[in-house]
Design a protein around this ligand. Structure first.
Ligand SMILES: Nc1nc2c(ncn2[C@@H]2O[C@H](COP(=O)(O)OP(=O)(O)OP(=O)(O)O)[C@@H](O)[C@H]2O)c(=O)[nH]1
Ligand SMILES: [Mg+2]
Length: 607
């Protein structure tokens, strides 16, 4: 049977193309907020880090009722690093709304998410969004059509319907020359184009868990679409684990999504997206079945991680001073808990009980975990991210990314030469529709590490870059490393104006005076290739007569504040980032200068 009273959709797009804003408008216009309730912008971006950064990290469920139909909507993250989220969410829906920014057009992640949707045979409604910004809607539709063709869409898929919208202003229209008055044209298109869920209502229960949430009161919550049968709260059921084993469980509570709330219900059936509590050991990809009809469904394979990084127990001289959770046991437990829900992340133990190897889909994927952990009170150190090589037919292969950079014309030369030096191959060069140039490259993932901040400097902050994994290719050869060394504190102490002043001529400093440092801590970037040990704590010797004004003359340049991402991009193989709830410090792995030199000499002899 078909549940014509339901539609299940996901909103997919490249980062920042307006998914969360559009979902917000759908909620507002369908009476989700009370009349006098203050409407928050992008209410679905509910996590602290999501709100601070204005990006979606976790996919979230919501729903609206429109013309007697319940439309379950899943807002997905657009950033490539969270692509794993999008992939598994797609198995919960029957169709997608693909948003494309009217000005930016198709971007790398547009291609990635569309490919996944088409691959899983989902119906697609295309929505050219942010139409209030101008742009050329016809050109965008051409681009989208090209993308469908390139991705091998079938005839039915190519026959997609297009809606034009301004999610921000809250209207959609079928005719780009005539602004609309509300979002209804989009909702009507969803009703007519996205198929209602279809299946057997009167057979044994079957539902795959596509998302795991956690609630303080009820504990672990599994979210999935019921593909067959009915489910009742309190009933007995069987969980089929991914390793083939099964566990008998009781469905403690059952919920459906209504607007922004999870609402408890007694019963739900085929086609409904439900949340289930009461099952402790429930993981993503596992099927819940009827006791009498145990038939697990296969789960969509998720793309493999591309980067790895070591998480190491903090052993710096300042260890244990700022964090609540500092031991190997704490860090181990936290990391293994993370991978239960963060499907595209992996953790491995190493020979040392104090280090763990964490695999993720990109720098942001890993750095969000680091940021989340430090906010929770953890303290640890991380190493430089490394790409994961794969052997394909006996050949060492490496991950390759599609890279798109939009820059004002003046900076095209700088970008081309830098990306070229990093083994980027120029694929396309077009006007970007905003008076600048769009450059498209293919580049090894490894060569992109550390490039973002360099690109921003080179383009005075005007460049915008995005990249997404395109596949694996044979290793492209070595590239030159960061050609600047680190400024390294010489001894333990507190930095002084006098000490820093001597260093700043030769370097860019990351700290100001009055900062506690330890021997081997990195306090800046040297302008030359080698590391520069500096006594940043040096006091000026006092003389009997005060020399007038001499100290005032010591003017320090404002230190560069390094964000977590910048630190991760900055460090070399022999350096770590020390992360605590209060500080982010950079350090040499070997703190003792003499020991560092001995090791370096040994490495030279051996090479
Ligand atoms: N001009 C204009 N700006 C918009 C529109 N929709 C969204 N924006 C802006 O675009 C930015 C990104 O919007 P979001 O809704 O967070 O985009 P998103 O696709 O959810 O982003 P991610 O979840 O991080 O991928 C915000 O600054 C919005 O204010 C629109 O229709 N017109
Ligand atoms: Mg969003």
């Amino acid at each position: 049977m078909q549940r014509t009273d339901i539609r299940n959709i996901a909103i997919i797009a490249h980062v920042d193309h307006g998914k969360t804003t559009l979902v917000n408008q759908l909620l507002v216009q369908n009476g989700i907020f009370r009349t006098n309730e203050q409407v928050v912008d992008r209410v679905m971006d509910s996590g602290d880090i999501e709100r601070e950064r204005g990006i979606t990290i976790l996919a979230k469920n919501t729903s609206v009722n429109y013309k007697g139909v319940k439309i379950n909507i899943i807002d997905t993250p657009g950033h490539a690093d969270f692509g794993g989220e999008v992939e598994r969410i797609l198995s919960m829906v029957d169709g997608v709304v693909l948003l494309v920014d009217a000005v930016e057009g198709c971007m790398p992640q547009t291609r990635y998410v569309l490919k996944k949707a088409l691959g899983l045979s989902k119906s697609v409604v295309v929505c050219v969004n942010k139409i209030d910004r101008g742009g050329d809607p016809d050109q965008v539709i051409d681009q989208v059509l090209d993308l469908f063709l390139e991705l091998g869409a079938n005839d039915e898929q190519i026959d997609f319907k297009t809606v034009f919208a301004s999610g921000k202003q809250g209207w959609a229209t079928m005719d780009p020359t005539k602004p609309g008055t509300n979002m209804n044209p989009l909702l009507d298109t969803i009703l007519s184009e996205i198929p209602a869920p279809e299946g057997d209502m009167n057979n044994g229960l079957q539902t795959v868990m596509c998302n795991i949430d956690y609630d303080e009161y009820v504990g672990r919550i599994g979210i999935g679409k019921i593909t067959r049968g009915k489910i009742k709260s309190g009933q007995q059921a069987v969980v089929c684990h991914r390793d083939g084993t099964t566990t008998q469980v009781k469905i403690a509570k059952l919920y459906v999504f209504e607007g922004l709330k999870r609402v408890e219900c007694e019963e739900a059936g085929m086609g409904d997206i439900v949340a289930i509590s009461g099952i402790e050991k429930l993981n993503i990809g596992e099927t819940i079945c009827d006791v009498d009809k145990i038939e697990p469904l296969p789960f969509v394979a998720i793309d493999e991680p591309t980067l790895s990084m070591m998480f190491i127990v903090n052993n710096s001289p300042f260890a244990g001073k700022e964090g609540k959770f500092v031991t190997s046991r704490h860090i181990r437990a936290r990391l293994f808990k993370e991978v239960e829900t963060n499907v595209s992340m992996r953790v491995e133990e190493t020979e040392s009980p104090d280090s763990f190897k964490v695999f993720g889909r990109g720098e942001l994927h890993l750095s969000i975990l680091i940021e989340t952990m430090r906010r929770e009170g953890y303290e640890f150190q991380v190493s430089r991210p490394k790409v994961i090589y794969k052997e394909i037919d006996g050949v060492k292969c490496e991950p390759i990314e599609d890279l798109v950079i939009d820059v004002p014309d003046d900076y095209v030369g700088a970008v081309m030469s830098k990306v070229g030096a990093r083994k980027g191959e120029l694929k396309k060069m077009d006007p970007d529709g905003r008076g600048g140039t769009r450059l498209e490259f293919s580049i090894p993932s490894r060569c992109l590490i550390g490039y973002r901040s360099e690109m921003l400097t080179d383009t005075r902050g005007y460049g915008v870059m995005t990249h997404v994994l395109s596949g694996y290719e044979p290793y492209k050869g070595d590239i030159p490393e960061r050609n600047r060394g680190s400024v390294v504190a010489f001894e333990d102490g507190v930095s002084t104006t006098y000490g820093l002043f001597n260093a700043q001529e030769r370097s860019t400093l990351f700290i100001g005076p009055g900062v506690k440092v330890y021997e081997g801590m990195i306090v800046g970037e040297n302008s030359r290739e080698e590391d520069l040990p500096v006594n940043v704590c040096k006091e000026k010797h006092l003389t009997n007569c005060r020399s007038s004004g001499a100290d005032d003359a010591l003017k320090l340049i404002t230190p560069t504040q390094m964000s977590l991402e910048q630190c991760l991009e900055f460090i070399k193989d022999d350096e770590w980032v020390e992360v605590t709830p209060k500080s982010i410090r950079l350090r040499k792995v070997i703190l003792d200068k003499a020991e560092r030199m001995r090791q370096a000499a040994r490495a030279m002899r051996n090479s």
